[in-house]
Structure formats: structure tokens, C-alpha cells
Design a protein around this ligand. Structure first.
Ligand code: CU
Length: 149
């Protein structure tokens, strides 16, 4: 009898652990033709802070956008990531550092997003020094400042 109760208690404890919500978060970034500040072709929010293991979900609110990592502008060892036009894309960020994503059709219009995982991204200087269209660079610099980096 006691053994059965103990077994039941153990099973119950296990079930509780399984039922706990995951500690990692899902953070949404919308792909929009027009942002809430009136700017056209934007990721919103254009900059987010995340923890290792969090998932960034790029949401295709308006059609015609994609999300793709920019070569050399992700932490070392992270493989290239590219979503499809007009489709959501979920990216789990495991490595600390800064990740820059572009919308392929609208990079020239400044459609970039910055994801910072951890508090001190070691590749931020490379991102600041990277060559990209003027509008994209301006927005990226503004977002870096906004995050206080
Ligand atoms: Cu776009």
C-alpha cells in the first residue's frame, strides 16, 4: 500500500514537472509594410533582447517579406537562416551574441532587425562596421542605441 502511494506520488511529481511551462520565451517580430511609427517596410520591434534558448518568431503580417540572417552578422558558428517570402519563420537562438536579419526584398529600404542574445554581444563591433545599404545602416545604428549597446 505504502509503496503504491509512493509510486503514485512520484508519478504525480513527474507530471507536474512536465506540465511546467518552458523557461524559454517566444518573442514575436512582425513583418510589416508600415510600422506604428509610420515608417515603411519594417520589422517591429526592430530590435529585441533574448536569452539563449528563446525562439524568435518572425510573423508574416503583411505579404511580400521574408527574414534571413545576414552573412557574417550572426554569432560565430551559427548557420545561415532563411525564411520564405510571406511565411512565418521561427528561429531558436542558442548562441550568445548579436544577430542581424534582413528582409531580402527590402534591405535597400532599411528592413533589418537586430536580436541580441545575452548582455554583451562580442560581435557587435563587426556589425557596426558592416557594409550595408545606407537606410539599413541608419536603422540598425538607431536600434543598437535603443538597446543601450
Ligand atoms: Cu520586406
Amino acid at each position: 500500500m505504502i509503496r503504491t502511494i509512493l509510486k503514485t506520488a512520484t508519478l504525480a511529481a513527474g507530471a507536474v514537472l512536465l506540465a511546467l511551462p518552458a523557461l524559454s520565451a517566444e518573442i514575436e517580430i512582425k513583418m510589416l509594410n508600415k510600422g506604428s511609427d509610420g515608417q515603411v517596410m519594417v520589422f517591429e520591434p526592430a530590435a529585441v533582447k533574448a536569452a539563449p534558448g528563446d525562439t524568435i518568431k518572425f510573423v508574416s503580417v503583411d505579404k511580400g517579406h521574408d527574414a534571413a540572417s545576414m552573412p557574417g552578422l550572426v554569432p560565430e558558428g551559427v548557420e545561415a537562416i532563411k525564411g520564405k517570402i510571406s511565411q512565418d519563420l521561427s528561429v531558436t537562438v542558442d548562441k550568445e551574441g548579436a544577430y542581424v536579419f534582413k528582409c531580402t526584398p527590402h534591405l535597400g529600404m532599411g528592413m533589418v532587425a537586430l536580436i541580441v542574445v545575452g548582455d554583451a554581444p562580442s560581435n557587435l563591433d563587426a556589425i557596426k562596421a558592416a557594409k550595408m545599404p545606407k537606410k539599413a545602416k541608419e536603422r540598425l545604428e538607431a536600434e543598437i542605441t535603443k538597446l543601450g549597446l
